[in-house]
Design a protein around this ligand. Structure first.
Ligand code: TZP
Ligand code: MG
Length: 210
């Protein structure tokens, strides 16, 4: 299951940014993003479907890949590049059966133990978090900190690992140095939507890829 995470993996948040998913995707791509996850917790399926379709059309034109958060059905219906599953979503093997061998499937984990157990699942990457405290997601598990990233890395070997939760310009480099291949970000890029492209570009520089 060969897959390489780009150093920076942005997620959309329409409530935070006040922008449609397509508008967010456009700004993130302008900033250099090549893999983007559409995350939507409020819209009805039909509204999210329409917005995601527009975002996917734009992303395809610019050769950027789109992952859908939670919803295997929408990922399948849209022909998206993959899905990102939480611990309470469809199990990875069921998602793999539906989406096929070429889909990118990611799974959230919240501890090194959970990450260790996930290594045998048919997924392309694991997420670990929240790393730091965050206001963006309610009801998160306890923060794992940089130590949690180190522990997750040693638990998963070479499996691609993305860290999420409270990551900013100030701590992103430490997160990579602790063993994450990538950082997944929401508020650091989207809390000031007029600055999204420039913040994305600066973050790539911080991560040593500018
Ligand atoms: N999963 C764990 S923390 C989190 C998600 C979706 C929110 C990340 O948002 P931010 O603003 O980058 O802390
Ligand atoms: Mg989820």
């Amino acid at each position: 299951m060969s897959f390489e995470l780009p150093r920076l993996y942005p997620l959309t948040d329409a409530a935070l940014s006040g922008l449609s998913h397509a508008e967010q995707v456009e700004r993130l791509i302008d900033g250099g993003a090549t893999l983007i996850q559409l995350r939507e917790k409020d819209l009805s399926p039909i509204d999210f479907y329409r917005q995601a379709k527009a975002a996917l059309t734009l992303a395809r034109q610019r050769r950027v890949r789109i992952i859908i958060n939670d919803r295997v059905d929408l990922a399948l219906a849209l022909g998206a590049d993959g899905v990102h599953l939480g611990q309470d979503d469809l199990p990875p093997d069921a998602a793999r059966r539906l989406l096929g061998k070429n889909a990118i499937i990611g799974l959230s984990t919240h501890s090194a133990d959970q990450a260790r157990q996930a290594v045998i699942f048919p997924v392309n990457y694991l997420a670990i978090g929240p790393v730091f405290s965050t206001a963006t997601k309610r009801d998160t598990a306890r923060e794992v900190g940089l130590e949690g990233i180190r522990a997750a890395r040693s638990a998963v070997g070479t499996m691609p690992l993305v860290a999420i939760g409270g990551i900013t310009e100030a701590n992103a480099r430490q997160v990579i140095d602790a063993g994450a291949d990538a950082v997944a970000l929401i508020s650091a890029l989207l809390s000031s939507p007029e600055e999204t492209a420039i913040r994305t570009r600066l973050m790539f520089q911080t991560l040593g890829m500018g």
